[in-house]
Design a protein. Sequence first.
Length: 356
Amino acid sequence: MSTDKNPAGHGSSRSRRRTTSRHISRTPARRTGNPSGRALLLLGSIALLLFALVLALPRGELQRLTRVPVAPDSQRPDEPPSPATQPPAEPRAPGLSERPAAPEADPLPPPVSRSGWPADALPEAPQGATLYIVIDDAGYSLRELEPFLRFPHPVTISVLPHLRRSAEAAERARSAGKDVMLHLPMEANNGADPGPGAIYVDLEDGEIRQRVVAALESVPGAVGVNNHMGSRATADRRVMDAVMSVLGENGGWFMDSRTTAETVARQSAEAAGIPFVERHVFLDNERTHEYIRAAVIEGLEAARERGHAVMIGHVMVPEVAEVLMQMYPDIIERGFAFGPISQLIAASTAYERSGN
């Protein structure tokens, strides 16, 4: 009996162990918590804490913390920062040699006039200094003449005789308020043709007189005469005496263009008792703006010394009209005046009559 119980006892014990083992394996294990959920909870707590701290800061401090620096939009990347934005220089260590001083800046250029050159290039005018501009060789083309007729100050137009446009050029000049002169063709040393009605040294006195009269008639309204070419004729006293005799009879006067240093025109004019003036500057020996500007300034210097200057240009050189138009505002500003040649003749006549 006992034998039968023992096996039964063993079986009962194993059965309990299996039962217990099955019971343990079916019981779910205790959860120890989700790590990712715990991290999210921690981050949320930190965010809430920071938000509370931010709300507690003063508004000015909050703006300082959140402001983003912006580069100035007016400064180019390749330009150095302005002195106001540069950091202060560090103090020099004792004993270090001084850096060489920066070179001084070049002086500012002189002020520029309206005409485009330094304003102090033009001399100041003494009281009454006057410029007398004479434009030679009119009579070929009315188109060439127009720029000079538009000049807003007095100029004198000297017209060649016996040309197709001689009379009309003289009329247009007078209508524009300009003085008109006869530009009398006279023999030159180089053999060049002076033009129709020219005065040659081999002509008889009577022929010379006739040619002067005919030339005056072809340029109506001429107030005086100047020579066209004439380097040979104006050096001949007999020829010039014959010319001056006609002018003396007609109340005329003579302006010497001075095409030669050997001229005797002054002596002949004084002997005939007629008014006389002479050219000081040729404006257009070279047809460039630079040369003509320099010649005008030379004329201004002459006017400053003498009180007046006679300057001759030529109608076929448009650069003369262009330079005069550019320069005249500055010339007037410097105190100079422009005058018709008849004004100079009247002044010189009055001077002579005063006995000086």
